[in-house]
Design a protein around this ligand. Structure first.
Ligand SMILES: Cc1ncc(COP(=O)(O)O)c(C=O)c1O
Length: 395
């Protein structure tokens, strides 16, 4: 069943071709049944039965020591800032071509941000640029597996080996179930974060998760998660009342949303297969014209399996990208751009440790165009998107 993101009923309208949205969240299995069951069961706050099941899938698939479902990926990133006691004496490295809250989660704790440029192949943190930035104030390095394709994890880890104070936090908002050299994304950092926002492969409207890969973080993470209290010990019968112990906040995901999420995660093989098929249709249809028309398709190095989060095209320059976007919108196809570089954004400048140039981020931001891509996008839709893209580009 499909739910229009723009409020328009699917198939409405006269002879005009139906608009193709950028994203269309869909039911994949037993979402509504489980939501009803969560309500009827009565435990609708965090850490109910569906939260346990959903976190269980994530733990088994990633090998994490523990998984906490959060209200968003942003909240999970904020938890990592608290767990690392990030403060005004620290700097945190994030890609400039990235999401605002990957930086903001640390900036709001008082840290200064160092913006790292990306490499052209995967659009992830460039280990050479990272090496240039490192010093002993760096407390965390937070790469993004852009579009669900792993960044150069080995290169990044080789740099971090020389800086033991700096912890690796994987912002894996895009890459759930992706792999790097056979190992799940999210299993490399001390922490990893996930997003279940409406636009992600697996969604519950708004949601996220924190993956803890070190046993030593588990007990404190539960205190922060429980609003700074030892409520978990109380629930386990280890103390007779719970009290304020530490910093923290209200990070937990409602079991109503966890029920929806669990139904989506149960269908992970089907979801990934559909997204992979759509990715391959786009690749097959667009590859033959790439050289002639001067665009580039996503690059997936042989040692990586993508999470199939998005399909983008890199056009020769910003003017062409903007023209093609406008033309596609006129044709009813909602393609879109992506991140505006953080290093030159007003708050990026305000929170940055020092000015850095990120020329690849600037160039990619101006050239990148994302095609409509969602789990239930059909062949007729991808064909029409390709036709609209090629005719806009050739115009
Ligand atoms: C790389 C990345 N990190 C973090 C986020 C924030 O996710 P959320 O909306 O779940 O807080 C996003 C959102 O799109 C993202 O793309």
């Amino acid at each position: 069943m499909s739910v229009g993101t723009d409020g328009a009923p699917a198939g409405a309208g006269g002879a005009a071709p139906q608009r193709i949205p950028f994203n269309r969240p869909t039911l994949q299995g037993r979402e509504l049944e489980y939501v009803r069951s969560a309500v009827e069961h009565g435990h609708t706050s965090a850490e109910g039965p569906f939260s346990t099941k959903a976190a269980g899938i994530l733990r088994e698939e990633s090998g994490a020591r523990d998984v906490l479902l959060t209200t968003s990926c942003t909240a999970a990133l904020e938890m990592t800032a608290l767990l690392l006691d990030v403060g005004p004496d620290d700097t945190v490295v994030v890609p400039s071509f990235g999401f605002v809250t990957t930086a903001l989660a640390y900036a709001r704790q008082g840290a200064r941000i160092l913006f790292c440029d990306i490499e052209e192949q995967t659009l992830g943190v460039d280990p050479d640029r990272l090496a240039d930035l490192m010093d002993d104030t760096v407390r965390a390095v937070v790469p993004i597996h852009y579009a669900g394709v792993a960044c150069d994890i080995e290169g990044i880890r080789a740099v971090l080996e020389r800086w033991p104070r700096a912890e690796l936090v994987e912002d894996n908002a895009h890459g759930l179930f992706g792999r790097y050299r056979g190992r799940p994304l999210g299993s490399f950092g001390r922490f990893a974060t996930l997003s279940f926002h409406e636009t992600k492969n697996f969604t519950c409207g708004e949601g996220g998760a924190l993956l803890l890969n070190d046993d030593a973080d588990v007990a404190r993470a539960h205190v922060l998660y429980h609003k700074g209290t030892n409520r978990r010990e109380f629930l386990l019968g280890q103390v007779d009342k719970y009290t304020w112990q530490d910093t923290g906040s209200s990070f937990g995901l409602s079991d109503i949303l966890a029920a929806y999420l669990y139904a989506q995660l149960e269908e992970r093989d089907q979801v990934l297969a559909k997204r992979r098929a759509a990715f391959e249709r786009y690749s097959r249809a667009l590859a033959p014209e790439a050289d002639r028309l001067g665009y580039r398709l996503p690059c997936v190095p042989e040692d990586r399996e993508p999470g199939y989060h998005m399909f983008y095209v890199l056009l020769p320059d910003r003017a062409t990208r903007d023209r093609v976007l406008a033309e596609m919108h006129r044709g009813g196809v909602h393609a879109t751009f992506h991140y505006v570089p953080l290093h030159s954004a007003p708050a990026g400048r305000r929170f940055s440790a020092r000015e850095v140039a990120c020329p690849v981020s600037d160039a990619v931001s101006g050239r990148l165009l994302r095609l409509p891509y969602y789990t239930d996008i059909g062949e007729a839709e991808t064909d029409r998107v390709v036709e609209c893209f090629l005719s806009a580009l050739s115009a």
